[in-house]
Design a binder for this molecule. Structure first.
Ligand code: FAD
Length: 415
């Protein structure tokens, strides 16, 4: 699915880059659309693309209050994995991994997916019990996940220090070979380009202030540029889901907290896989050589996209304890995103009690990996008004029914 024709390529070759088309188009706003998606992050754009590509719904508007991919999609640390605990999560993310492998080909755009494996360090007996349980459920689902010795962990990650005494010793590790990373903004751009080529309109700098209703059903949205009508409105606004849902009198079981990340100066290749010390620090090395580093979320709920200093201190202390060789590496920059957490740490991909209003939220620290599968399944839900088996467990109604989906390897349990 490419947005450029052979003629475009010739024009580009002979007339220079000024003649090249923009990757996606922003068309004038109309008064009404078949569907409006709020949020031009990975989830919103993938949903719009799938509505057009799978269901022929091309009269679709995607609105963003900022710039495309400027939310958590452009702020995350790009870990993609399927080593979850609950059957619902494992099935969903295993399907997601399949879609990631095909994504560049499907979009005609290189999202730089690279399968490099994830090593989780096990530093408490409780965590060791937990991963033994996970290993059994993952085996049943056919997802590769092994428990390995500290020596095997060191062989995979030579910069890991096992000699000096640690506050928490490395007791074992898990190896999930099919985990990987991708280039985050390429994912947003690739979906935007493919959706735009199918007729989807993507409008930036247009905040949605509220959801409008008539007779208990969705009627559209009130935006910074006026009212726009639609029979179907879908929210994919990550940390801002509860604020927007409240404008339709919907209270979501979501808390918003800042999650920080840092990136180091570029280094020679020293780390070939993702390493995670759960809830403490995790890192991988980008193709540019930078170490991409994250840790636990900030302790206090907030919508700020900065993060507090104590978290930086805590994460870097763990980093240097496990990898003393990194003690003198300089950091290039630090940032945060506002993540949305459900108390059971599983997401919500669901219809709502308001007819025509759909929600995709609560992915916490784990929604980047979900983009291809959530985009496809959310689009199917919006088009058919019926959840597929793959997202049935993520329905909002689970909280009303007292059936939360506790996921010890999910949302804010660190990627
Ligand atoms: C530091 C950090 C590290 C992370 N690491 C990982 C990781 O390693 N692996 C992983 O799988 N996940 C990770 N995540 C989580 C992941 O980034 C998110 O779950 C995912 O990107 C959510 O995508 P989205 O499209 O739903 O939201 P976003 O990309 O945040 O897009 C939502 C969009 O909605 C827009 N918006 C909000 N309110 C309005 C409004 N009122 N009107 C119009 N537009 C609005 C925003 O401007 C934004 O562009 C991390 C997150 C952070 C912050």
């Amino acid at each position: 699915m490419g947005a450029y024709s052979f003629v475009d390529l010739l024009r580009h070759a002979f007339l220079g880059p000024d003649a090249a088309k923009r990757a996606w188009q922003e068309r004038p706003l109309k008064d009404r659309y078949d569907a409006i998606i709020v949020g031009a992050g990975g989830h919103g754009l993938a949903t719009a693309y799938n509505l057009a590509a799978r269901h022929g719904m091309r009269d679709v508007l995607v609105l963003d209050k900022g710039w495309l991919g400027g939310g958590n999609t452009g702020r995350n640390t790009v870990t993609i994995r399927a080593n979850y605990l609950r059957e619902e999560s494992i099935r969903f993310h295993a399907e997601g991994l399949k879609l990631w492998r095909e994504l560049s080909g499907v979009l005609g755009y290189n999202v730089m997916f690279s399968e490099r494996g994830q090593l989780d360090l096990i530093q408490t007996w409780a965590k060791l019990r937990d991963v033994k349980r996970r290993q059994s459920t993952l085996r049943l689902a056919g997802v590769p996940f092994d428990i390995v010795s500290p020596a095997e962990a060191k062989a995979r990650v030579p910069i890991l220090d096992l000699d000096e005494p640690k506050r928490l010793p490395v007791l074992a590790a898990t190896w999930h070979p099919t985990a990987g990373i991708a280039r985050h903004d390429a994912v947003a751009w690739g979906y935007a380009r493919a959706a735009s080529a199918l007729g989807v309109n993507i409008v930036q700098n247009c905040e949605v202030r509220s959801i409008t209703r008539a007779g208990g059903k969705v009627a559209g949205v009130e935006t910074a540029r006026g009212r726009i009508a639609a029979d179907k409105v879908a929210l994919a606004v990550s940390g801002h889901a509860s604020v927007l849902a409240a404008t339709a009198d919907l209270r979501l079981p979501i808390e918003t907290v800042p999650l920080q990340a840092f990136v180091s100066e570029p280094l020679k290749p020293i780390l070939s896989c993702i390493v995670n010390s759960p809830a403490q620090v995790y890192l991988c090395q980008s193709d540019k050589g930078e170490l991409v580093i994250g840790g636990g979320s900030d302790p206090v709920p907030s919508y700020v996209q900065r993060g507090d200093f104590t978290t930086i201190e805590r994460v870097t202390a763990h980093l240097v304890e496990l990898f003393p060789i990194l003690g003198r590496v300089r950091m290039l920059r630090q940032w945060a995103g506002a993540i949305d957490l459900c108390h059971d740490t599983s997401p919500i991909v669901s219809k709502t009690p308001v007819e025509g209003l759909y929600i995709d939220a609560g992915w916490g620290s784990g929604g980047f990996k979900a983009i291809p599968a959530a985009g496809r399944e959310f689009a199917d839900l919006i088009a058919k008004d019926m959840p597929s088996d793959l997202i049935g467990g993520f329905a909002l109604s689970r909280f009303e029914r007292g059936r939360p989906l506790y996921e010890t390897a999910g949302a804010s349990n660190r990627d």
